[in-house]
Design a protein around this ligand. Structure first.
Ligand SMILES: [Zn+2]
Length: 271
């Protein structure tokens, strides 16, 4: 599944390919990808709109148009490909945006789990799904007091709360293990036992782990199609997730399940 760093890379690659293009026509070959509005409204509202920018919020791609914002979530297997208007469809291509220069952007998804929403610009932040998201890792409002407030009265383990996308977006399972290792914190720790320094470390390490993963993504991904590549490369640099021995003390790494997710940590280093 693409994580935040992969989606960031897809966004940056797509920007180079489709910015400034105007949509002439939209073809939808699998209706369920379109979550909102109706298929007809989706198509009609997009015709004549130009892609002015592409942003990311959590794992949602935001295509900023003249009057609308198109939201797209890749879920497990979603990808974008550029084709010409008369190229035959691959059987996994489900949504096609035809541009005025006769190139097309096609959404391809073998599992068909991806979803799209189209909102007027003024409505996009106040509706599902964006209104349910927590802070971006680099948001200035993500600070010790914010986490203290969000963790207040919570009985769930630290790792589970860090995976909660309504608190911070973008920390997937592997990334959380790395952040907690660097912060020297046990994934099962209760959040009321955390000091201000612990919270500060979590924030700093969240930023550095994700920045590092994005940087690797930017150097490996050669085409907008391969979102797998980033994961592959970042995996070479993991410190604790999937490892046998702790790189700091040499102890055997402990593997447990936290909130149902496979979790790696060092009993000796992470208290
Ligand atoms: Zn250790």
């Amino acid at each position: 599944m693409p994580e935040l760093p992969e989606v960031e890379t897809v966004k940056n690659t797509l920007k180079k390919l489709v910015l400034g293009k105007t949509i002439n026509n939209v073809n939808i070959l699998y209706d369920s990808i379109i979550e909102y509005p109706t298929i007809d409204e989706f198509k009609n509202n997009l015709v004549g709109e130009t892609i002015q920018d592409i942003k990311r919020r959590g794992k949602w791609l935001m295509f900023i148009l003249n009057n609308y914002v198109l939201l797209s979530h890749l879920r497990m297997e979603g990808k974008y490909v550029i084709r010409n208007v008369d190229d035959e469809y691959n059987k996994h291509e489900h949504v096609e945006f035809v541009f005025s220069d006769l190139s097309t952007l096609r959404y391809k998804d073998t599992r068909k789990f991806g979803r799209m929403y189209l909102y007027k610009k003024e409505d996009v932040l106040i509706n599902k799904p964006l209104n349910e998201l927590g802070l971006e890792p680099w948001d200035d409002s993500l600070n010790v007091d914010y986490l203290k407030e969000k963790f207040k009265d919570k009985r769930l383990p630290l790792k589970t709360l860090l995976l909660d996308q309504s608190i911070i977006v973008g920390l997937g399972n592997i990334y959380v293990d790395e952040v907690l290792f660097l912060s020297k914190l046990n994934p099962e720790k209760k959040t009321n036992a955390l000091t201000r320094d612990d919270l500060k470390n979590i924030i700093d390490n969240t930023r550095s782990v994700l920045e590092h993963a994005i940087k690797l993504g930017g150097t490996t991904i050669r085409t907008y199609e391969s979102s797998e590549g980033v994961h592959g490369l970042f995996q070479n640099e993991l410190l604790i997730h999937g490892k046998d021995k702790c790189p700091i003390c040499g102890c055997m790494v402990t593997k447990i399940r936290v909130g149902g997710r496979g979790t790696y940590y060092c009993k000796n280093c992470q208290k």
